[in-house]
Design a binder for this molecule. Structure first.
Ligand SMILES: [Fe+2]
Length: 298
């Protein structure tokens, strides 16, 4: 491919925050995030007590699930294999959620009242082990943008906050890819056509939790087509990021091509954000795809 190579500065913006509730006066942080950059917080750690450190073992995860997850809105905890540990895990994930909300208030205050559907996760498996057990479509060591097969989000943004809590000082390694407009332009000609009937049927049969819109179809197709393209995985524009233990990072995972290559033990918080709540909605994948296809997609 004869493209301009990506540089580190094109995909990442670093901020020197040390506390989750630290006041930050950096209006450009939200601009960088909406342009698809990773906001990197190298000194923002999530402290664990001595008792909580004993929870950092893959045995704690239900073998049928990838991660332990928690919905702070309804208090639902999923994926804990050991019943006697549930209360401790829930307290940890509730505190993590509270910290994530503080971070949004201090760093991204314009999103505060619009973010919804919070789910956070405790990820205890080494990335390499999980990868070996799944199909290429679920293999997150391949560059991809996030799209949920059974939960269409009709254009809403997927904001994710990650923290490496590895107790042995092991970094998490990511690859990050090209800007979304370039990515979309590259892959749109190869995406399968949308079938409203098939979307209707999948919704009717309960395969999807709501109707999969044209937008959701294109995002899923983009996710699959990127992951399935061996040449793009190897040769496509990309930068490797080392994300040390004790650091955090934030991105719009539906926009920023990413691949998790190695590491173990992470906390992650997901929120959804309506496009209208963005500072510059034209950066949303929905708006970019609509512009490129010249169609209304939701
Ligand atoms: Fe992902």
């Amino acid at each position: 491919m004869s493209e301009r190579p990506l540089s580190h500065d094109m995909v990442i913006r670093s901020l020197a925050m040390r506390h989750w509730n630290e006041t930050v006066d950096d209006a450009r942080a939200v601009d960088a995030l909406e342009q698809g950059k990773v906001l990197f917080l190298p000194s923002l750690a999530f402290p664990l007590s001595t008792e909580e450190l004993t929870l950092l073992t893959p045995d704690l995860v239900d073998p049928k699930r990838k991660n332990i997850s928690f919905n702070a809105q309804n208090g639902k905890l999923n994926g804990v294999a050991q019943a006697e540990k549930k209360a401790q895990v829930q307290a940890l994930l509730q505190r993590h959620h509270d910290y994530a909300c503080q971070l949004v208030s201090s760093l991204l205050p314009e999103y505060k009242s619009a973010l919804h559907s919070p789910v956070n996760s405790l990820r205890l498996h080494p990335i390499t082990v999980w990868r070996d057990a799944t199909s290429w479509r679920k293999d997150d060591t391949r560059l991809h943008v996030d799209a949920f097969p059974s939960r269409p989000n009709h254009g809403e943004r997927i904001l994710r906050i990650f923290t490496n809590i590895n107790p042995h000082g092991e970094s998490r390694c990511w690859r990050v890819g090209e800007p979304f407009p370039v990515l979309a332009k590259r892959f749109i000609p190869r995406l399968k056509r949308f079938s409203p009937f098939s979307s209707w049927l999948q919704n009717r049969l309960g395969i999807t939790k709501s109707y999969r819109s044209h937008y959701d179809h294109l995002m899923l197709q983009l996710h699959d087509t990127m992951k399935g393209d061996e040449n793009y995985q190897q040769q496509g524009p990309q930068v490797t990021l080392e994300l040390p233990a004790g650091s955090s990072w934030i991105c719009f995972a539906d926009q920023t091509p990413h691949a998790a290559m190695s590491g173990q033990f992470m906390l992650e918080q997901t929120f959804l954000l309506p496009v209208a709540a963005m500072k510059n909605p034209d950066n949303a994948p929905l708006k970019i795809l609509q512009k490129l296809t010249q169609r209304t997609l939701i």
